[in-house]
Design a protein around this ligand. Structure first.
Ligand SMILES: Cc1cc2nc3c(=O)[nH]c(=O)nc-3n(C[C@H](O)[C@H](O)[C@H](O)COP(=O)(O)O)c2cc1C
Length: 321
């Protein structure tokens, strides 16, 4: 066969334009050792009989084991299993160390927490250039509702549906409209609507949005210096932050000391009000998360990315307990 003269890097990039899920294929060697690797060459072949395929590089350390294996299992990874994908794409380590597995047909180790699992019996093997193609007959499978991990352009990615079930897509007819398609409008309106129910609770306590923002920031540490507050809330309305601090002190929700360094802490009353409002905010968040389903994680990831782009110097006040 004449090899076409391709730039190998460009060819890889062009192949990487095809977004795939990520799987881990596992089996058990004749001596009982569990074996597995990350593969995105998985695909469905036939519904009846139920057949799937994947391909294994001839250079793989697992080649002989899979060549001789009667059974293997395909695990479609969930979006939170990126670490597992990385682990099974490494060579020369004990990939199964510390993992709790189920056992499938032929003693095949079955990983947990995946979006779907297919237990297969080898039906055919084909030579395919520098890979060996395995076609398996699916003997059992299971599935969860979790969002899948995606691989695209050589990087991990998220999958999200373009339309929410039962809802009219807003963006289709609004695209191009300055007001309603404008990112600032979408962010601002989302913020406003998200916090609307909380605003009633804030009104009940006589607190402004800014006072609540400062109050909840003060719960992050037993004491925050004025400088830490300024850094942590960087660029967020400096004057209004100072006014909010004064007002909280005036209403005995916070106290401050000034022995060369100005530092603020919540009073018992302030902490009690803050915790009550924060639990209300958390409850609102869970309602929204429930409605968005797995897309909530994607939204958070995108907003974090947006903040990394437009607010890269923001200090992190929150410390893991
Ligand atoms: C997202 C992703 C997809 C991969 N897909 C495949 C694949 O389809 N086939 C393959 O042979 N290797 C694939 N690899 C590379 C193997 O996981 C990697 O070479 C691994 O070290 C092989 O392990 P082994 O040598 O222990 O068998 C992929 C790696 C990643 C990160």
């Amino acid at each position: 066969m004449n090899a076409a003269v391709f730039d190998a890097g460009e060819f890889r990039k062009a192949l990487g334009a095809f977004a795939t899920g990520v799987t881990i294929i596992t089996t058990r060697a004749a001596d009982g050792t569990p074996v597995g690797l990350t593969a995105n060459s998985f695909n469905s072949v036939s519904l009846n009989p139920p057949l799937v395929l994947w391909s294994l590089a001839n250079s793989s350390a697992s080649l002989e084991v899979f060549r001789n294996a009667e059974h293997w299992a395909v695990h479609v990874l969930a979006t939170d299993q990126e670490d597992l994908s990385g682990r099974f794409a490494k060579r020369g380590i004990d990939k199964f160390a510390g993992l709790e597995c189920d056992t499938g047909a032929g003693g095949v180790p079955l990983l947990r927490g995946c979006t779907a699992r297919f237990e297969c019996r080898t039906a055919f093997q084909y030579e395919g250039g520098d890979h060996l193609i395995f076609v398996g007959e699916v003997q059992a499978f299971d599935r969860a509702e979790s969002a899948p991990l995606v691989f695209h352009g050589g990087r991990y990615a998220h999958a999200t549906h373009r339309d929410a079930p039962g809802l009219q897509p807003r963006t289709a007819h609004l695209a191009g409209s300055f007001s309603e398609d404008f990112l600032g409008y979408l962010l601002g309106r989302s913020h406003f609507r998200f916090f609307a129910p909380l605003r009633e609770a804030l009104d009940g306590e006589g607190l402004s949005d800014m006072e609540f923002y400062v109050l909840s920031t003060l719960t992050l540490k037993p004491e925050l210096t004025a400088q830490e507050l300024a850094d942590g809330m960087a660029g967020v309305l400096d004057d209004r932050r100072k006014a909010a601090l004064d007002s909280l002190v005036g209403r005995e929700m916070a106290s401050y000391r000034n022995d060369g360094v100005i530092a603020y802490e919540l009073t018992e009353h302030g902490r009690e009000v803050a915790l009550r409002l924060i639990s209300r905010a958390k409850a609102l968040e869970s309602q929204v998360i429930e409605r968005l389903g797995p897309d909530a994680a994607i939204l958070k990831s995108l907003l974090n990315r947006l903040l990394a782009e437009i607010d890269p110097s923001a200090a992190t006040l929150w410390q893991a307990p």
